[in-house]
Design a protein around this ligand. Sequence first.
Ligand code: ADP
Length: 398
Amino acid sequence: MPADFWIASGIAAASVGTCLWLLHRQRDLHDRLRETSLRLAEIRTQRHLALVEEQSKQQALLDSMVEGVLLLDEQGKVEHVNPALVRLFNLEKDIRGIPLADAIHSPELADLARRAAQQGRIVDQDLVHAGIKRLSLQVNAVALRDPDRLHAGTLIVFHDLTQHAILAEQRREFVANVSHELRTPLSLIKGYTETLLGGAKDDPDTATRFLRTIDKHADRLTFLIEDLLTVSRLESGQVIMNLQPTSLHEVGSQVLDDLKSKAAERGTILKNDVPLNLRVHGDGDRLQQVLSNLVDNAIKYGRPSGRVAVGARSLHEDIVEAWVADDGVGIPVEARERVFERFYRVDKGRSREQGGTGLGLSIVKHIVQAHGGEVRVESELGKGSCFYFTLPRVNEAA
Ligand code: ADP
């Protein structure tokens, strides 16, 4: 064989070998490339899933917050709101994408967001928002920065302090009312005592009259303090109701018996119309207080020589409706809901004159509610009033 042949064959074999090697290498490279891109895709998917998980955790966190949260984008448009914020402001339409000032009409809030964006630190402000309902809010705002420290939006958190504000106002009102109620009899006692000491004691008739007045106002103070203690115990939930099957007729008889001399003074006829067999799950002493306050009022505000009746009936198998009716002055429409409020009186002079504390019906409402019942009043001016309350019934058949 000529040497050229062998050289050519050698080159051909080497080329084939190189080609095969190249082919193999290319396939290998291709496989590795495929594997790498698959792994990349897997990593990307995992990252995406982690991001989605992170985002949904953040979303769940925001959604479960009791505070209202509002996120503004870098242009001051609403980017996100949580459900608490929607409830707080009673938002009916989606406010995302709307500038803050158009979404929630509050110049103070817009100013707060502006200050937070400028100052780059948390800024706080208490504000009152007069929307559908008046809100007392404590608002914190903070500017968000991106990795290049550029303004990326503003986060605003709203703490609803409306209930606290209402309670604080009620407490202030209560203290003012109590002080006023205490001051009136005290200053009368002081006035009469000074007059007696100044010489009126020398006239026995005047002295007796003044001492009677002092005694009456001292009694008023005692009743007031007793009622205040009862209201405060009932409102703080300190009173535990001892619920027992109780005959409402017997409680009624006891109350009417206790108040018969007071009724006799006004010529009022008392009547117990509660069926004998009707029993309720109730605390006997507390129910006596309920009926006593209602019958006492019915005598006080009833017609002289009028009639006062206590009655009851089954509303259905497990509820009893009881009532105390009189034929007295009646209660104006606008006062019917309010008479159950502490210290609310239709006729202040008349109530004080009769030794009223302004707390009787509030005590009635608390005791009835503690039994799971409700109170209401029906009245006609000049014709009379009927106070109704419900109680859980003892189902004798069961
Ligand atoms: P008070 O000590 O003033 O009687 P209450 O809480 O018992 O306080 O009652 C509140 C107010 O409701 C009374 O001042 C009175 O104006 C009105 N009221 C209560 N019961 C009657 C009634 N039977 N008829 C008319 N007005 C009533």
